[in-house]
Structure formats: structure tokens, C-alpha cells
Design a protein around this ligand. Structure first.
Ligand SMILES: [Fe+2]
Length: 185
């Protein structure tokens, strides 16, 4: 083998090593998504902890005061939102992101005021839906299809929530709060 050929061979091997290194770097998490996606995942996590605590408390409150049907619906909703929080946590763990501290705003509604409770829940699912849509858009913009796909069931859940609570408010408007409550026992 002439010297030229040896140098060529060495250069080829070196290029292959550099290519392999590039592939390794490309698979690292920091280049996989964007800071915007991470911030939105954290925001979604906070909203879901809030929903989990608020809906759990509401379900117990309603059960105590005899509104069994509504209580059952909200308890199942609390469980679903808990699952959504777990999905957010798993994705943040995948990115090896520190999501502490957990930020949960205290729920604000007046005890026994059904309308303010439903309005609070409606505002919360609207905020969740906006955050989930923004996450999907931000993730797709950087080619992070997996995060976008993971957020789809969460968005679906929030849109169902919007339909549910808007439906309740419409029913209350049409039949009056007393009649609405008499159906929830
Ligand atoms: Fe959710």
C-alpha cells in the first residue's frame, strides 16, 4: 500500500468516526425538542395537578351533599386528569428535565355554588386545551412528533371537558339551577 492510499484509508476511517459521532449527538435529548416545548409540558403538568386536586375535592363535596351522579362524573374526571399529569411527567423525565417545584394554585370557588364550580372547571379545561394545542404546534415545529402525538389524547380530554361544562351551563340556563340539581341526586 502506497503512502497516499494509507492516508486516504485513514481519512475515510476518520470521516466514518465523525459521522458516527454526529449520529450519537443527534440522538441526545437536548437537540430533540425545544425549550418552548419543555415549558409548555411543565405548564400542562401544573394545570393537570390543579385539575386533579380540584376535581377530587369537588367529587367528595358533591357526594357529601347528595349529588351522586355529578360526583361520579367528577371523580372519574379527576382520575383522567391524574393520568394526564403522569403522561406529562413521563415526557419530562424522557427529556431529563427538572420539573420541580410543583406549582399548584389554590382552587377558587364558593362552597355550594354549583355554577361557580362549573365555571371554574370550564376555565381550567379551556386553559389546558390552549396549552396542549400550543405544545403540539411547538413540538411539530422542531420535528418532535412524539411529544405532539403524546399530547393528542390530553387535548381530546380537554375538548370533552369543554363540551361537558358548557353543556351543564346551557342546561342550567334552560331549566334553572334547582331542576338541574334535582337531576344530579
Ligand atoms: Fe387533561
Amino acid at each position: 500500500m502506497s503512502d497516499d492510499k494509507t492516508i486516504d484509508k485513514l481519512l475515510t476511517e476518520q470521516n466514518e468516526q465523525v459521522e458516527q459521532l454526529d449520529q450519537t449527538i443527534a440522538q441526545e435529548v437536548p437537540g430533540y425538542s425545544s425549550d418552548m416545548v419543555i415549558e409548555l409540558l411543565k405548564k400542562s403538568l401544573s394545570i393537570h395537578w390543579q385539575q386533579t386536586t380540584a376535581l377530587s375535592a369537588q367529587a367528595i363535596h358533591l357526594e357529601r351533599w347528595g349529588y351522586t351522579k355529578l360526583s361520579d362524573i367528577l371523580r372519574k374526571d379527576a382520575e383522567e386528569e391524574h393520568q394526564h399529569a403522569i403522561i406529562n411527567l413521563k415526557r419530562l423525565e424522557f427529556f431529563d428535565i427538572d420539573y420541580q417545584p410543583f406549582m399548584i394554585s389554590p382552587p377558587v370557588w364558593k362552597r355550594h355554588d354549583m355554577i361557580s364550580m362549573i365555571q371554574y372547571n370550564l376555565e381550567s379545561v379551556k386553559e389546558a386545551s390552549a396549552t396542549e394545542r400550543a405544545t403540539i404546534v411547538a413540538a411539530r415545529a422542531v420535528g418532535d412528533e412524539m411529544t405532539a402525538n403524546i399530547m393528542m389524547p390530553l387535548l381530546h380530554g380537554s375538548e370533552n371537558g369543554i363540551q361537558l361544562y358548557e353543556g351543564y351551563l346551557k342546561l342550567i340556563e334552560q331549566m334553572g339551577i334547582e331542576n338541574f340539581l334535582s337531576l344530579q341526586a
